[in-house]
Structure formats: C-alpha cells, structure tokens
Design a protein around this ligand. Structure first.
Ligand SMILES: Cc1ncc(COP(=O)(O)O)c(C=O)c1O
Length: 434
C-alpha cells in the first residue's frame, strides 16, 4: 500500500534538484577581460572624473537605464546599500516616518532606521501580498515623508492607488523591486513605477553578480544625491558645489568593474530566464489548482509576475489538515536543490514573519542604549509595533501561505513533475498524516 515518506514510505524523489546556473562562458570571458585590463575599480571618492566609476560601471549603467527606460541607473554593491542611497537621497531623517511593508526582507525597513527615521508598518493585500492602499492611507501622518513599497515575490505593487496617495500627500515612493526584476505594470517595469527603484543582484536573484544592486530614477536631483551617498559624499560635496548637506555622510557602496561586467552579460539573459521561470510557475499552478484548497498566486490586472518565489495560499478548512503538517509531508517526499542542500527542501510553510515582530522593533532599540531613533526627541509620533497591527500579514504568515522556490529556469519538466507528484500524493493520503 502507498505510504507517505513522512510515515516511513519511500520518497517521490531522492536526487537533488538542479542548481540555478546562470553564469557561463559569456561571464567568464567578460571577467577575464576585466582582470587582464588590471582595472578592477576606477572609483575615486573625491570630485574627479573617477567619481562616477570606470568603463564597465559606466557601460552597465547606460545599458540598464536604456533597458528599463529611465534616465539614470546607478550601480551599487547590494540592494541594501541601494535602499540606503534611496532613502538618504529623499532627505528623510530624524523625526520623519516612512510607511513600509512588514512582509519583506529586513533591509527594506533598516534603510529607514539608518537615517534615524521611523518605519511605520502598514498591512498587505490578501491576494497580492503588496502594501494595501487602504492600510497605507490610515498610517499617513504629518510626519510621513515616503512610502517604501515592496514588489514582493515578483509582482508590482498597486501603483494606481498608492501613487495617488503619494501625490495627494506629497510623499516620495521608493520601490524595493529586489524580487521583481522584469515584472511589469501596464507595460512599465517594476522599479520605474515610483520616484526611485532598487534592484538586487545577490546570488539568489533572477540575474546576479554574486552581490550587487542597481538604483534607477528619472529625477536628476535624486540621481546625483544617490551617486553622492554611494561614494563618500561628505568628501565630495565641497568641490562639487553641493549646498544641500542633508544626509551627505557618504558610504562606500561602489560596485567593482568585475561585477559590472557580469551584470552586463546577465541583463542580456534576463528575458529568456524570466520566460522559462514564468512557464514553470504556470505549469505548476495549473496542476496544483486541481487540488481544492491549494490556491495559486493571483495576478494583479495589467501586471506580470516574475515569480521570485511562487507563493500559494492554503485553505486549511478545505484541505482538512493544517498547512504546516501538509507542507512538512510534501517536503519529506522531495530532495534539496544542488548547492543549497543546507537550506533543506525549498518549500516553506510561511509568508514571511512581519518585520515588526523582530526584537529591534519589539524592544525599540536600534542605536545605542537609549532607544534611538524610536525615542529620539526630534520624533513626535508614536511608533506602534504591537502584535496584531497588520492582521492580514500575520494571518498569511501563520496559516495561509506557503512558498515554492522550485520553479527557476534550470528546473525541467521532469523536475516539476516530481514536485507536482509530491503534492498529489500528500493530498491523496493527507488523512494518514499523524
Ligand atoms: C525585498 C528585498 N529587499 C531587499 C533585499 C536586499 O538585497 P541585497 O541582498 O542585494 O542587499 C532583498 C534580498 O533578498 C529582498 O528580497
């Protein structure tokens, strides 16, 4: 009799899933050329032509701007540093609030704290998991300076409603599109939907340079401030003739020539990688939707989703057992992914723990021992990070969502079929799970 692997039966698959491999001879040749040139970086942290970087940096920024149809693309060494540049460039500082999604990676919110401003978490949408415009509206106060939207799991935020709120209240929109490169909202690219967009090129992303990031904007003033923060602003502003010194403590967020050369090759591959990933996600969704209670991700009207992660909803009332039990049984049927063995099977019973539940917010201690910036005297608002402030985000994380990270472009039909078989087997035998 058929038996679930979690109950001691045999697994659907023992062989590891293929690694996501996007680096090949093109990148190797490009890097070799850079190495042979001997110029691994040409940045100078002073007012000099080298302030804008070397030949590969200039080339990738030009190509990126053309691809995403923006005036400026500014390379950085991570999306985290790109977010710091973005928040800093907007002049956000002590006493200010920025509304942000709680369902994201920590850097979306720490980029606000770094400038001693206060992250205010608004709830997310039931179906698309991005910031919910209704909740955002409720969180706007006289201290709000920006909305930091996150195109989570690969799908753009509700540009129409959120941009309208920003316009009405004179707020900046910073778009964290780390997970949504190439996704579109009515033919326009994620990252270009607000004032500033920030991409990640870390090694988990659709295309990557190991570590890296790219900031885009069509606003000349913001672009120049982003470049300053990337490269030791305070040492540059004097000779450059910049008088606005707000947030002009600069960093070293510079990308090297090697990563820039890799990014140029990767950008050329993006379209095909996304095509395969989308077709893989659609294939899995089509098969799993025949299992009542397993609900594939909804697509916002006029948008495309690039499925950084394929995030399903799970209805415990229909399936009849808890999400965690079900997903643990599916995982027991499958194998890890090559190169990521330590992470186990790349399926997770969660939506992402809301950020405000992290100790830094619960204890309200970021800088020093005195509760800065939350209790800083310049800040006149009242931060609220209590459990329950974003009920949708909490419920989705605790009960309803599960994430599938098994759709990347190196997954072939036979690999996807094993994932589907595991779900079907567990679904059929779910009543036998102890
Ligand atoms: C939504 C989001 N924002 C920011 C980041 C930070 O990216 P990086 O690792 O390039 O700093 C990530 C990374 O996973 C992310 O998923």
């Amino acid at each position: 009799m058929e038996k679930l692997a979690i109950n001691g039966g045999s697994k659907i698959r023992n062989k590891p899933f293929p690694a996501y491999k996007v680096i090949n001879s093109k990148e190797i040749k490009a890097v070799e050329k850079v190495l042979k040139s001997g110029i691994l970086s040409k940045f100078l942290g002073s007012w000099d032509p080298g302030f804008y970087g070397g030949p590969q940096i200039k080339a990738v920024e030009k190509e990126w701007a053309r691809y995403f149809k923006v005036k400026h693309a500014i390379s950085v060494n991570s999306c985290t540093s790109g977010l710091y540049c973005a928040v800093g460039a907007c002049g956000i500082g002590p006493g200010d609030e920025v509304i942000v999604s709680p369902c994201t990676m920590s850097a979306s919110a720490t980029s606000i704290l770094v400038f001693n401003a206060i992250p205010v978490f608004a709830d997310i949408e039931e179906d698309y998991f991005c910031l919910d415009p209704k909740s955002v509206e409720k969180r706007i106060t006289k201290y709000t300076k920006a909305i930091l939207v996150v195109d989570i799991y690969g799908q753009p935020y509700d540009r129409e409603k959120i941009n309208a709120l920003a316009k009405k209240h004179n707020l900046y929109i910073i778009e964290d599109c780390a997970q949504a490169i190439g996704a579109t909202y009515r033919e326009e690219y994620a990252g270009t939907l607000g004032d500033i967009g920030v991409f990640s090129l870390n090694y988990h992303k659709h295309i990557h340079t190991g570590e890296g990031g790219m900031v885009v904007t069509s606003n000349d003033k913001l672009a120049e401030r982003i470049r300053l923060i990337r490269n030791h602003a305070e040492a540059v502003v004097g000779k450059m003739g910049v008088n606005n010194l707000v947030n002009m403590i600069g960093f070293n967020f510079r990308m090297t020539e090697i990563e820039a050369a890799i990014a140029r090759c990767q950008l050329l591959k993006l379209k095909n990688l996304l095509k395969k990933r989308t077709s893989n996600a659609n294939y899995i969704a089509e098969k799993l939707k025949s299992l009542p209670g397993i609900i594939p991700p909804a697509l916002r009207r006029g948008c495309s989703n690039v499925y950084y992660i394929q995030c399903f909803k799970y209805d415990e009332n229909i399936v009849g057992i808890s999400r965690n039990k079900f997903i643990n049984a599916v995982k027991a049927e499958l194998a890890p992914t090559k190169g990521r063995e330590r992470e186990g099977i790349l399926i997770a019973a969660r939506g992402g723990k809301p950020l405000y539940l992290q100790p830094i917010y619960q204890k309200m201690i970021a800088y020093g021992k005195k509760g800065c910036p939350f209790k800083c005297p310049w800040y006149k608002g009242k931060p609220n990070y209590k459990k329950g402030i974003c009920p949708v985000a909490e419920d989705l994380n605790n009960k309803q969502l599960f994430q599938l990270d098994l759709i990347h472009a190196s997954m072939e039909k036979k690999d996807l079929d094993d994932v589907i078989k595991a779900f079907e087997k567990v679904y059929k035998l779910r009543k036998t799970i102890k």
